[in-house]
Write a protein that binds this ligand. Structure first.
Ligand SMILES: Cc1cc2nc3c(=O)[nH]c(=O)nc-3n(C[C@H](O)[C@H](O)[C@H](O)COP(=O)(O)OP(=O)(O)OC[C@H]3O[C@@H](n4cnc5c(N)ncnc54)[C@H](O)[C@@H]3O)c2cc1C
Length: 348
């Protein structure tokens, strides 16, 4: 679905579909379970955008091929979208595509941000309460702004950390998150600083715009990286590339990579570097890598769309025992859209 939005629409049209976090998950099982992704706060659940299903069912005597939508076989249609399946074999799914919010009046085109490890540090109990309460208020009481952001959160004992997609420009994000108390202004001497990078349609690689100097010197000095793209497809593919190929041991299990991403993606080895287990990981900020990932995502037979632990990883983890279990106090909420419950801050 992601590849379809990126290949069949021009980036400036802002075509969106709420896909999940892991390329290995099949679209049918995902939609049968509801389907929550980074852009869910804006588009709704994946299943909200399904228009029609075709399925083979058993009617008690023989198999029947049916069409189900809001008018025809409406019970089957309703029960399938979020009900988890089991009613028949779905063969076709027709969905709507949702358009991303308009850019601000003075902006000439839509922009899409990948928010990477935006941290909110607790400086004592009071600051922890304030941070969590500001975030809860933003999500539940300022939905006209907060629907543009979705992703995953990690609640640690010292901070909470967000990763996700923002449907707007860096300037709009700073304005919106800043005025809602979600960007801390931490003195650079404590070792944190804002990093802002972007990829324009003419560039071959990500460009470093500033890291505490340049255009963002007027911004709060919050810990985190924001990366701006001109297409939703590129922002999501960059995120998936970083999470699945680069970030950590656990996520490496998510595709049937051979351990050499450049070979799998059929691109030159200049586009990869050595990972910590000797695997070749892609340089996600290169256009050649993003274009190759898009082609792989569009091909249902590609390694990228096949899940489960790949052989080289099993050899490392099980035979050699070299991949450690994740040792963290994370409380992840990272399956698709950010689902912080609307509960009193004392409960949080
Ligand atoms: C690594 C990972 C990341 C995930 N991230 C997200 C996320 O970001 N957002 C989210 O919402 N969910 C996420 N999930 C949950 C995921 O959406 C569900 O586990 C989903 O049910 C997986 O579907 P599947 O087709 O891959 O698995 P399967 O187990 O093959 O299918 C799930 C169910 O759907 C049925 N089914 C599958 N295909 C058909 C068909 N053609 N016709 C009829 N029934 C069918 C199966 O019988 C089964 O009951 C994630 C899961 C994993 C493992």
């Amino acid at each position: 679905m992601l590849a379809a939005t990126a290949k069949e629409f021009a980036p400036e049209e802002g075509a969106l579909f709420a896909i999940g976090n892991c390329p290995s998950v099949g679209i049918t099982g995902y939609l049968l379970g509801g389907g929550s992704g980074d852009v869910t706060p804006s588009t709704g659940w994946g299943s909200d955008d399904v228009l029609e299903l075709r399925a083979v069912i058993w009617n008690g005597t023989n198999a029947e091929y049916i069409t189900a939508n809001k008018e025809e076989n409406a019970d089957f249609f309703w029960a399938s979208l979020g009900g988890g399946g089991g009613l028949g074999v779905i063969t076709d799914i027709k969905t709507a595509i949702v358009q991303s919010p308009e850019p601000l009046p003075h902006e000439d085109r839509r922009k899409f941000l990948y928010i990477q490890n935006l941290e909110f540090h607790y400086f004592g109990e009071e600051s922890k309460r304030e941070g969590l309460e500001s975030f809860r208020r933003f999500l539940y009481e300022k939905t006209e702004e907060s629907h543009k952001f979705g992703g995953g959160g990690f609640l640690h004992s010292e901070s909470f950390r967000l990763n996700g997609i923002y449907l707007g420009s860096a300037d709009e994000f700073i304005e919106s998150f800043g005025k809602n108390g979600l960007l801390q202004d931490i003195p650079p001497v404590l070792g944190y600083h804002t990093i802002y990078r972007k990829m324009t349609s003419e560039a071959d690689t990500l460009e470093d715009v500033c890291d505490g100097t340049g255009p963002c010197q007027d911004w709060p000095n919050f810990p985190g990286t924001i990366i701006e793209f001109e297409s939703y497809g590129e922002a999501m593919l960059y995120k998936l590339c970083y999470q699945v190929a680069v970030r950590d041991d656990i996520e490496m299990r998510g595709t049937q990579t051979s351990g050499d991403w450049c070979k799998d993606l059929k691109i030159s080895s200049d586009n990869c570097v050595s990972g910590k287990y000797g695997q070749k990981v892609p340089i996600c900020g290169k256009r050649e890598v993003l274009d190759a990932l898009l082609e792989a995502a569009y091909d249902p037979e590609s390694f990228f769309n096949h899940g489960g632990p790949p052989e080289w990883w099993l050899d490392l983890a099980i035979k050699d025992g070299r991949v450690p279990y994740k040792d963290t106090d994370d409380l992840p909420t990272s399956l698709g859209g950010l689902l912080i419950p609307d509960v009193d801050v004392d409960t949080l």
